[in-house]
Design a protein around this ligand. Structure first.
Ligand SMILES: [Zn+2]
Ligand SMILES: [Zn+2]
Length: 136
C-alpha cells in the first residue's frame, strides 16, 4: 500500500506542538498555523492535528478527528480490517503440492495449485471472497 496513512495524532490544546510537526507550521500570535497539502489550516482548541506516513500534516475538527482518527475511528477500523484480511489470506496459501497436476483442475486448467487449507482449486472460495468482486 502506497497510499498515505495517518501515523501521528495530536489534539491541539495550547501545549507545545509535537516534534513530528516540525517544519509543518508557523506561529500566528500564539496560535499554530499548520501547513497542509491543501494550504494553511488554523486549528481551534480541541482540533486534531494528523501526521501522515508521507510526511504531510493536516488538521481536523473534533468530531471528524474522533470519528476518523480516534481509537474506534474509520482509520483504525480500516487498519484492523486489512490486518484481518491478511491473516485469513495467510491461512489459505497455495499448497505448493505439484502432485495436484496429476489430478488437475475442473476449470479448464485455470488453476495450477490447490489451497493448502481447503484442498480445492487455489484461489479457493475464501480467497476469492476476500479479494475479488463476487460473481452473480
Ligand atoms: Zn480449478
Ligand atoms: Zn482455502
Amino acid at each position: 500500500m502506497t497510499d498515505p496513512r495517518p501515523v501521528h495524532t495530536h489534539i491541539w490544546n495550547g501545549a507545545p506542538l509535537p516534534a513530528w510537526l516540525d517544519g509543518h507550521h508557523h506561529d500566528d500570535h500564539g496560535r499554530p498555523v499548520i501547513h497542509t497539502p491543501d494550504g494553511e489550516a488554523r486549528p481551534e482548541d480541541g482540533w486534531w492535528l494528523i501526521g501522515w506516513s508521507n510526511g504531510a500534516a493536516t488538521a481536523a475538527s473534533p468530531w471528524t478527528g474522533r470519528h476518523v482518527y480516534g481509537p474506534d475511528g474509520i482509520a483504525a477500523r480500516l487498519e484492523r480490517a486489512e490486518a484481518a484480511i491478511a491473516r485469513v489470506t495467510e491461512l489459505h496459501p497455495a499448497a505448493d503440492d505439484w502432485s495436484w497436476a496429476t489430478f488437475g483442475c475442473d476449470h479448464g486448467g485455470a488453476h495450477r495449485q490447490l489451497c493448502a487449507r481447503c484442498r480445492t482449486c487455489h484461489p479457493c472460495p475464501t480467497i476469492r471472497a476476500l479479494h475479488e468482486e463476487p460473481t452473480p
